[in-house]
Write a protein of this length. Structure first.
Length: 389
């Protein structure tokens, strides 16, 4: 009988509309709300939007809308199920193989010294921020300092604080080679030119967007570099002053288990640097994940979670549409769309470095989309089957 284009595009549009509300919910509450509960409500909201969207689309396709008690009850039960499933799967994703926080044994300060720093930090407050962080450490704590602009250079080798904390800050100049700096520092670690302990942290400070990054391929290359840091147990926390590339800073921090701390002016640098030095990032189903031991387990867990949640959404679409549309294609497309949605958040976001917001958008659209066939009674003008809805 053919595919119902109205339902196909209507449900996809519904998912796209929900994305914007879901983003407000996720971004606004992820630091304030218990994460498993937030993830549960995120997918519950998507299911409610799908139900509303199908009811509205169905009203444009049939003459009558009458409540059907059994379907209403099933929808309520499925809403409760997806809430519980979202909470449970997120809890597993967070808590399985969770490693205890251990204090870093050394710091590597990667400090932006591009030309813009002459205007944004003329008093070298970033130098004072480093001294403030080191003042909280014992004399045997080791640190190194790198400056980066078009390229990077080490201005203080890895040695304990007892050897002195003074170092020379050169005059700013050049671009902001963030990828170059991280790549060069990792090469020195890999070549054992830079000796580190088992648990070290990079504190990266910048005031602008990277000038050595090209679309797509550079992010893939950077993601590979960040995975190498994470595999060695080296986290990177980022501090962004003013007009920085927030997405890039979050990618660097979250892919390695660090945090991103944005600041508006140099007066906040000391507090920001101390916060970045102390805190660790956390993983969740809808954001970047740093490489951890048994990483393959979290790949499978995230893919499984998205598929399970997608199939629950498929069930609610089937119950709602069965009275007036053919649903034989729905399960196949639900599995396919759920796999594609899982690929977006796992492969696209975590391995290719695409924006989490963009990947969540595609996930919402794919999970909401419903491929259903037309029933013969539409052609004959008979709508009697829909009286049960």
């Amino acid at each position: 009988m053919g595919i119902s284009k109205r339902m196909l595009f209507g449900t996809a549009f519904t998912g796209g509309v929900y994305f914007f509300l879901g983003e407000l919910l996720f971004r606004g509450l992820k630091e304030k709300m218990y994460m498993p509960l937030l993830i549960g409500f995120y997918f519950l909201g998507l299911m409610i939007f799908v139900i509303m969207g199908i009811r509205i689309i169905g009203a444009t396709m049939t003459r009558l809308i009458r409540p059907y008690r059994d379907i209403t009850l099933r929808c309520v039960l499925l809403c409760l199920t997806i809430l519980a499933a979202g909470c449970f799967l997120e809890f597993l994703y967070e808590k399985c193989f969770q490693e205890k926080f251990t204090e870093p044994v050394s710091y590597i300060f990667a400090i932006d010294n591009s030309g813009s720093m002459a205007d944004n930090d003329p008093e070298n407050k970033r130098y004072d921020a480093i001294q403030s962080v080191l003042s909280l450490k014992k004399p045997d704590f080791s640190f190194a300092v790198y400056l980066f602009a078009d390229t990077s250079q080490q201005i203080r080798s890895m040695n304990p604080i007892s050897h002195g904390t003074e170092f020379y800050m050169e005059s700013p100049g050049g671009g902001t080679g963030i990828q170059t700096a991280l790549g060069n520092i990792y090469n020195e670690i890999n070549n054992k030119t830079l000796e580190l302990g088992d648990n070290s942290r990079v504190l990266l400070f910048t005031d602008g967007a990277a000038t050595d990054m090209k679309p797509f391929l550079s992010k893939v290359h950077l993601s590979n570099i960040l995975d190498q840091y994470a595999k060695r147990g080296i986290s990177i926390s980022t501090i962004g002053l003013g007009n920085t590339n927030d997405r890039l800073m979050e990618l660097i921090a979250k892919k390695t288990g660090g945090i991103y701390v944005p600041v508006e002016d140099t007066a906040q640098l000391e507090d920001a640097m101390e916060q970045a030095a102390k805190a660790n990032g956390k993983r969740n189903l809808l954001d970047y994940r740093s490489y951890v031991k048994y990483d393959w387990f979290f790949v499978l867990l995230r893919i499984t979670a998205i598929i399970v949640l997608g199939l629950l959404l498929g069930m609610v679409k089937m119950y709602l549409c069965e009275p007036f549309l053919e649903t034989h294609l729905l399960w196949k497309t639900s599995v396919g769309c759920s796999l594609a949605a899982a690929a977006c958040v796992e492969l696209g976001m975590n391995h290719l470095g695409f924006s989490p917001s963009l990947m969540r958008f595609f996930m919402c659209v794919l999970l909401a989309e419903g491929t259903l066939g037309k029933k013969g009674f539409f052609d004959s003008g008979e709508y009697n089957l829909y009286r049960h809805f």
